[in-house]
Design a protein around this ligand. Structure first.
Ligand SMILES: [Zn+2]
Ligand SMILES: [Zn+2]
Length: 164
């Protein structure tokens, strides 16, 4: 979707609204497998005393892969955004701004680049996911696998000394 900003750019107080299902396919990667159902993006771009601000609310669920246990899980990616748009070339490298090159924007593309900026931490099925056992590959969320805990490295060194 392209949002025409010609009526907004030059006129403080003016705004343009949007409410549609954005294309989030640019988010897909090894850890984000699919968008679940239809995403919805609504909001507006408003000219506040010459500064263009896009405020938007995203409703979306993503099918992700946990970085620790490799299980698939649905992530509620719903969140709100407030992005300052700028036509200045200096905005290109400034994470505070989203650079607009014409009198139109694609709100979905703005949101995708914001989501990528925000998702630098690894995706986990839950904050305290215990991951997989490094030795046998068992899912430690489902209980201990019986392998010796990592603390036993010291013991291994000790038994090496005793063997020698
Ligand atoms: Zn996990
Ligand atoms: Zn194990």
């Amino acid at each position: 979707m392209t949002l025409d900003l010609r009526d907004v750019t030059g006129v403080p107080g003016h705004s343009a609204a949007f409410d549609y299902s954005p294309d989030l396919s640019e988010l897909l990667s090894e850890s984000v497998l699919a968008v679940v159902g239809d995403a919805r993006l609504r909001g507006s771009v408003r000219n506040d005393a010459g500064i263009l601000t896009m405020r938007a609310e995203l409703d979306a669920r993503l099918l992700c892969v946990c970085a620790r246990c490799l299980k698939q899980f649905e992530l509620d990616a719903s969140q709100t955004f407030e992005v300052t748009l700028s036509e200045s070339e200096a905005a290109e490298d400034d994470p505070e701004y989203y650079r607009v090159e014409s009198a139109a924007i694609d709100p979905g593309a703005v949101i995708v680049s914001e989501l990528i900026l925000r998702s630098e931490q690894r995706l986990l099925c839950r904050e305290d996911c215990r991951g997989l056992c490094e030795r046998c590959g068992a899912d430690l969320n489902e209980g201990d696998c019986g392998c010796a805990p990592e603390g036993d490295v010291r013991f291994a060194v000790l038994s090496q000394l005793l063997d020698g």
